[in-house]
Design a protein around this ligand. Sequence first.
Ligand code: GUN
Length: 297
Amino acid sequence: MTAQIIDGKAFAEGLRGRVGTLAASFAAAAGRKAGLAVVLVGEDPASQVYVRNKGKQTLACGMESFEHRLSAETSEADLLALVDTLNADPAVDGILVQLPLPAHMDEQKVIAAIDPDKDVDGFHVINAGRLAVGLPGFVPCTPLGCVMLLKDRLGSLAGLDAVVIGRSNIVGKPMAQLLIQESCTVTVAHSRTKDLPEVVRRADIVVAAVGRPEMVKGEWIKPGATVIDVGINRVPAAEDGKTRLVGDVDFASASAVAGAITPVPGGVGPMTIAVLLRNTLVAAHRNAGIDLPQDAL
Ligand code: GUN
């Protein structure tokens, strides 16, 4: 069997198109554009690329982008003061502080300072709690993007066996919560899981979010399963000192067994920013007291 490719790039383009249309009607109704503030501390090269892309795509969707670039030596107190200013700024609907932060800062403290109603990353404990108990709130962008791809491909996920490999606060844990909400039977596997191949073999849905290049092998996959690869790992290419991007799944062997699979690049990656823009638009409607139809996005 050869797996169907789940085209996250195309899906993300469609979502950004819908966000753009609704962002224009929001601007007309509110008399201002929806606004996203992104804060980058330091010069981590991967973070710089993400932040640049976020800014570009925010503008392309007809929203306002506020970028704050701070030096790696910025004190935690100064960062917290900036977050306070953004919390109070009515032009800012969403706030994203790019992670990782420099080692001298306490990430949890910084996230806790963000107004939960502007926390478009969904990282604040209030939003994590809302997700856990099934209340409306902001959901982390990458796992929400994965669920959108899964539902687009499979329709209802009810009753399916899902294995999430990885237990991070950003992907693994919220992913498990979302799959529970979709009535999947969910297993969360991690570095201490016994006999991971056997656990994965039971799954109709496999979500790999461990950050280990090509760790999940085709022989672990149940024939016909849907495989979502969240990994983005840069590894040396075979020759000439270049590098290439690979996921957490060994694509060559897994795509021979799976029913459908996300590629890397072009699978989950493009969904993250598209969902961030969606969350920002939702925040803007809430902040302005303007209704957004439930299933518009
Ligand atoms: N660093 C890597 N991914 C993310 C993300 O989704 N949000 C933030 N704030 N930082 C990140």
